[in-house]
Design a protein around this ligand. Structure first.
Ligand SMILES: N[C@@H](CCC(=O)N[C@@H](CS)C(=O)NCC(=O)O)C(=O)O
Length: 291
């Protein structure tokens, strides 16, 4: 790879597999499946294919919140998709999400299965289906949509921009880190100002907008993303801290974070979830106790 100072883009970009950095094994400039593989299907109406990254956690948090509210139709099987191993490029997964990214949902409750991809679309689909965590009053509903889509547009600057160049890129490029640190701090300030005037993002009620933003920006202000907490002085965002702590106390959030998780304490990892009792009996400390 050429040093960034000396690089002049060629007339036509070509794929140099050797220079892909940390994600070289999964990054590629073409879509579509790389191999044939059907997805497993369990017994519940909802089939989730995911991994407990922030984008994955949003959906499992909502599903656990729906179940906690008594929506039995929200019972789900959560299957693990190991994106580092390229499982998002299997033919079955691509049929559910042509964009080859987790999370992806198949709703099998009706006569014809319905696929939903993109975490924001999944949150809205489920919130509408069950009439929950989405305000019905027009102003609050609009506010909820606004913060939900704010997250969808903003998080790529946090993950793909700041996180990538601060933590993952093969070289530390000051220009890129500066640019994205500035933007992420601006985003944190946007959130902090909103949460100074409102308990939750859409108003006084906890909604899918909070569920979308919390795994990303709540994780960031607790120093859980990219080890960037000190660098970004996250302790300064007092209202985001208050909101993050409040949401973290919710039992459904604590359960949702564990589903499809393959990192952290073994007791916090529930690789697959097929039943509410799995949280008690199927975490990794119980399935694979340290010898
Ligand atoms: N905008 C998408 C982003 C999903 C996404 O980026 N998923 C990542 C994990 S957090 C992924 O599956 N990456 C695999 C890949 O890019 O090949 C959403 O909100 O669902």
């Amino acid at each position: 790879m050429t040093d960034s100072q000396d690089y002049t883009p060629p007339k036509v970009w070509t794929w140099n597999k050797a220079s892909g950095g940390r994600f070289a094994n999964i990054n590629r400039p073409i879509a579509g499946p790389t191999h044939d593989k059907d997805l497993p299907v369990g017994s519940h109406p909802l089939q989730l294919y995911s991994l407990a990254t922030p984008n994955g956690q949003k959906v499992t948090i909502l599903l656990e919140e729906l179940l906690a509210q008594g929506h039995a139709g929200a019972e789900y099987d959560a299957w693990l998709i190991r994106i580092g191993d390229g499982e998002q490029f299997g033919s079955g997964f691509v049929a559910v999400n042509p964009n080859s990214k987790i999370p992806a949902l198949l709703d099998r409750s009706g006569p014809v299965p319905i696929r939903v991809f993109e975490s924001g679309a999944i949150l809205l689909y489920l919130a509408e289906k069950f009439g929950a965590f989405l305000p019905t009053e027009p102003a609050a509903r609009a506010e909820c949509f606004s913060w939900l889509f704010w997250q969808m547009g903003s998080a790529p600057y946090l993950g793909g921009g700041f996180g990538h160049f601060y933590a993952y890129a093969p070289t530390k490029i000051e220009y890129a880190i500066d640019r994205f640190a500035m933007e992420v701090k601006r985003q944190l300030d946007v959130l902090d100002r909103r949460l100074a005037e409102s308990e939750y993002l859409a108003g006084s009620d906890y909604t899918i907008a909070d569920m979308a933003v919390w795994p990303w920006y709540g994780g960031l202000v607790k120093g859980l993303l990219y080890e960037g907490g000190e660098f970004l002085s996250v302790q300064d965002y007092k209202n985001v801290q208050r909101w993050t702590d409040a949401i973290a106390t919710r039992p459904a959030v604590q359960r949702g974070r564990m589903v499809n998780r393959v990192f952290g304490e073994p007791s916090s990892q529930l690789h697959e979830r097929h039943d509410a009792s799995d949280f008690e009996t199927k975490t990794q400390d119980k399935l694979a106790p340290a010898s």
